[in-house]
Design a protein around this ligand. Structure first.
Ligand code: GAR
Length: 212
């Protein structure tokens, strides 16, 4: 047994965290506006004032919250400020979308089983910052995308959804990256919809299981 889900607010307030390009953020906002998952993306949170995600947010009319990590003496203080802001925005769920900062156990526990992350490989293979390139260079024939709950370890929590991409004969890295991103943009909204609309539980802190 473990935690049960699917009983939160009917229209949760969702924050998307980004550090860079923000293509998943944009895909999530567009899917949300098409009714692909309930609730509303109320704010885009970034740790990088130069993130292209900020431009996307402006274009999409989504408020941006930039909390500058360099303005705080420690990670603890930075996260405390972040949590305070999230309370003001009444954030129920957090979607990490290329947020290149590791959240501390204190932060993760505060939003226990209400933070999802997307990773561009079939976890537990190829964790880290360059999942697509690492898989490509390793020479795997199949790689993919994972959407998972965030726990205290990096790229580790219970898996909600995975999708695979077969690497084509003679394919280059740029082509693989493009196909992985296309899959990410389709799968992330689907995973968010699953966790927000279905009943589920997490068994032994590991297996995410649908109940209905
Ligand atoms: C995505 O491919 C995401 O899976 C990856 O960063 C990219 C962000 O792209 N995340 C990780 O590697 C996390 N370990 P985006 O900013 O265009 O959405």
């Amino acid at each position: 047994m473990g935690s049960r889900g699917g009983t939160g607010p009917i229209r949760p307030s969702i924050a998307v965290f980004c550090s860079g390009n923000g293509s998943n953020f944009e895909a999530l906002v567009r899917a949300n506006r098409r009714g692909r998952f309930p609730g509303r993306i109320t704010v885009m949170v970034t740790d990088n004032p130069n993130a292209f995600a900020i431009e996307r947010a402006k274009r999409l009319g989504v408020p941006v919250l930039f909390v500058d990590p360099s303005a705080f003496a420690s990670k603890e203080e930075y996260e405390r400020a972040l949590l305070k802001e999230l309370r003001l925005w009444k954030v129920d769920w957090i979607l990490l979308a290329g947020f290149m900062r590791i959240l501390s156990p204190v932060f993760v526990r505060r939003y226990r089983h209400r933070i999802l992350n997307i990773h561009p490989s079939l976890l537990p293979a190829f964790k880290g910052r360059s999942g697509i390139k690492d898989a490509f260079e390793y020479g795997v024939k199949v790689t993919g995308v994972t959407i998972h709950f965030v726990d205290e370890e990096v790229d580790h929590g219970p898996i909600v959804l995975q999708g695979c991409v077969k690497i084509r004969e003679g394919e280059d890295l740029a082509s693989l990256e493009e196909r992985i991103h296309r899959l990410e943009h389709r799968l992330y909204p689907e995973a968010v919809n699953l966790v927000l609309t279905r009943k589920w539980r997490i068994e032994k802190g590991r297996r995410w299981v649908l109940l209905s």
